[in-house]
Design a binder for this molecule. Structure first.
Ligand SMILES: [Fe+2]
Ligand SMILES: [Fe+2]
Length: 151
């Protein structure tokens, strides 16, 4: 499991592009919103450490909850279409949540995790997950639709 504690790194800037669009609106919108959350989290963070702590505590739950909603949406589609890679994909989601939750707990217990690291980690993870993992169930889903339409 990855550890998000490392020296403060540079902000990882991303630009949403067509490469990341998978062609199902609800999924594309959720991906964009997660990336916006990760970006805004950082952009709106107070500079003072004690203020940052309060801010972090207030917002982090919303971000994690939204990511969980997204994962549930995808898992719902995979189940409904009997996608064979369901278990593996679900495990990737769970591992991400575990890494994030563990790091939040560490942050709250006094080890400072820079918001920057959390934000960077989320952005990088989401983008690589879209292009390596989400794409698989999307392609499967599209195949099913095409097959149905040909009947
Ligand atoms: Fe996924
Ligand atoms: Fe996704």
């Amino acid at each position: 499991m990855e550890n998000l504690f490392h020296p403060k790194e540079k902000i990882y800037h991303i630009k949403w592009s067509g490469t990341y669009c998978l062609g199902i609106n609800i999924i594309d919108d959720q991906h964009k919103k997660i990336l916006d959350f990760a970006k805004d989290l950082l952009a709106n963070a107070p500079k003072k450490l004690d203020e940052e702590r309060i801010y972090f505590k207030g917002i982090i739950g919303q971000v994690v909850d939204y990511i969980k909603i997204h994962f549930a949406t995808e898992e719902g589609i995979m189940l409904a279409t009997r996608f064979p890679g369901y278990e593996e994909h679900k495990k990737a989601h769970e591992d991400f949540i575990l890494t994030v939750v563990r790091s939040i707990k560490d942050y709250e217990s006094g080890n400072r995790m820079a918001l920057c690291n959390f934000s960077n980690y989320t952005k990088k993870w989401v983008l690589s997950h879209i292009t390596t993992t989400d794409i698989k169930y999307i392609e499967y889903f599209k195949e099913i639709i095409i097959r149905k339409a040909a009947r």
